[in-house]
Write a protein that binds this ligand. Structure first.
Ligand SMILES: Cc1cc2nc3c(=O)[nH]c(=O)nc-3n(C[C@H](O)[C@H](O)[C@H](O)COP(=O)(O)O)c2cc1C
Length: 167
């Protein structure tokens, strides 16, 4: 079975819980989970399939551990890899910087041509998001603060999409 390396940063544990749900939703891939705060920087290089997840902490900010760890990606050859992204945010409290962490994570990827798993913006209400690129989110967007009831269904749909796009 092919293996995905899933790397996340999480302050209150919401992104961590979601990462575990994403892992459980895959049927055709094994998923190894890594919290970036205690993961060696060369670890992503071992995987052909990668998922990166972060929460949002203010205008353009990724989760703190990602802010310190993002430099790890600069030394990785992405040319033969596929990468999918997901982000958590709060569209009611932060509608002008909704899931900005996800948008910044995308911006900081050295090679954006390897990104799959884009996600529709319909079903969310916000004024501005760095993760909204040409009317699509650059990855799965989840709002555990305001739409926790939608999370499981969104994960199921996104994972089914990735099972096809990770080839
Ligand atoms: C001080 C603070 C700032 C935040 N800033 C943003 C923000 O700018 N945009 C956003 O979408 N969510 C923002 N959030 C919401 C978090 O990203 C959200 O609650 C997330 O689920 C936390 O996940 P974690 O526990 O895995 O870190 C903020 C939360 C706090 C407490």
């Amino acid at each position: 079975m092919k293996t995905i390396g899933l790397f996340y940063g999480s302050t209150y544990g919401m992104t961590e819980t979601v990462a575990q749900k994403i892992k459980s939703a895959f049927t055709n891939f094994q998923v190894d989970l890594y919290n970036v705060k205690d993961t060696p920087r060369e670890t992503p290089g071992k995987y052909d399939y990668l998922i990166f997840g972060t929460s949002a902490w203010g205008i353009g900010e990724m989760q703190d551990d990602w802010e310190r760890w993002i430099y790890a990606l600069e030394n990785i050859d992405f040319s033969k890899k596929k990468v999918a992204l997901f982000g958590l945010g709060d569209q009611v409290m932060y509608p002008e910087s909704f899931v900005d962490g996800l948008g910044t994570l995308y911006c900081r990827l050295p090679d954006k041509s390897v990104v799959v798993g884009e996600w529709p913006v319909e079903g969310y209400k916000y004024y501005f998001s760095l993760a909204d690129k040409d009317g699509k989110f650059v990855g799965l967007v989840l709002d555990e603060n305001n739409q926790p009831d939608k999370t499981d269904k969104r994960i199921k749909k996104w994972v089914a999409q990735l099972e096809k796009e990770f080839v």
